[in-house]
Design a protein. Sequence first.
Length: 228
Amino acid sequence: MTNSARLSGRPSSSAAYNVGDVVDTPDSAIKSWRYLGAGEWEPNDAVRYTTGPGGGIRRSTGLPQPEMGVGAVIYAQRQPRGYLPANGAVYTRAAYPELREAIGTTPDGIGTWTARTSAADNSWRAITWSPELGLFCAVSYSGTGNRVMTSPDGITWTARASAANNDWSSVAWSPELGLFCAVAITGTGNRVMTCAPALTYDARTHFKLPTLPATASGEARPFLYAGR
């Protein structure tokens, strides 16, 4: 056992423990430890959370890691095995396909509608959502030079310059191409427009983790369970 382990009270052996077991060490600086598996321990004061559909975080204390599921979130003082820091980093889809799928889920049902302010009082016709960009994109058939608007949350909208003042009737997002594509019912030789938003990574092969805040004390950081 290292000197730091002796001072903190971290158990010196894991042979008799299962994942999720808690060992009390009342005479040490850290009073309790949770076994993570593969010889790894973490202080048991780490706050554990799980994510619901759409990434909503709900507290779930005391669950062993395998029961939490891919995409679950915990707050810990150091990075546990199988978890990735929730710091907005980008990873390939091929490396973590289950995590990519979990992050892209959406909630069921509809709650109370709340009026929001659009970027302009145009006649908005169609809207789509890009989970890769975390962005809504809407098109309209009225307005001058501003027949597109985007929003990261559906609340704050930003006007975008449309390719032409056509009557844009539909818009779609292609995750494979990293591309928005819209079509219009008016115009001459220009009834299609596309937009490939600038990214620091290729959305066809990579995805980006959310950036979650650390605890108020700064002693514990958020990590997402990646399943491997």
